[in-house]
Ligand binder design. Structure first.
Ligand code: THU
Length: 132
């Protein structure tokens, strides 16, 4: 399996495990760490709605838990014929550990439909570089 297909497969599996009884919108995300390893996550909703977490957040947590702090590639897939692009908060979460040129693959249920850089998704971003 090539790298992209492996990411798609992992996102699809994670998406199937999503806990989304309120929105009924399952999302799967995969991030690649600096050592090439892939980490997946799904959205986990909560009856107290703001306590729910996004798929990207889960995938990033899995990567950091494994001891990695650099994201080199991201893929996001929703259970929909429409594209699922990372939400604003997740763009900022990705920004913390990725670089301007990190590729983000945006999928629909069938596969990758668009690949953009983090800079395209979050121009003029705020990061630790903005601290004085
Ligand atoms: N969701 C994600 O997991 N990632 C995104 O980037 C977009 C939104 C989830 C959150 C919530 O559980 C559901 O999709 C509907 O917003």
């Amino acid at each position: 399996m090539n790298n992209k297909n492996e990411m798609i497969q992992m996102a699809r599996t994670a998406m199937k495990h999503a806990y989304a009884p309120y929105s009924k919108f399952n999302v799967g995300a995969v991030v690649r760490g600096e050592n090439g390893q892939l980490y997946s996550g799904c959205n986990v909703e909560n009856a107290a709605y703001p306590s729910g977490t996004c798929a990207e957040q889960s995938a990033i947590s899995a990567m950091v838990t494994a001891g990695e702090t650099k994201i080199t590639e991201v893929l996001v897939m929703g259970d929909s014929e429409k594209l699922v692009s990372p939400c604003g908060a997740c763009r900022q979460r990705i920004r913390e550990l990725a670089s301007d040129d990190t590729k983000i693959h945006i999928c629909d249920i069938n596969g990758i439909r668009k690949t953009v850089t983090l800079k395209e998704l979050l121009p003029l971003s705020f990061s630790q570089e903005n601290f004085k």
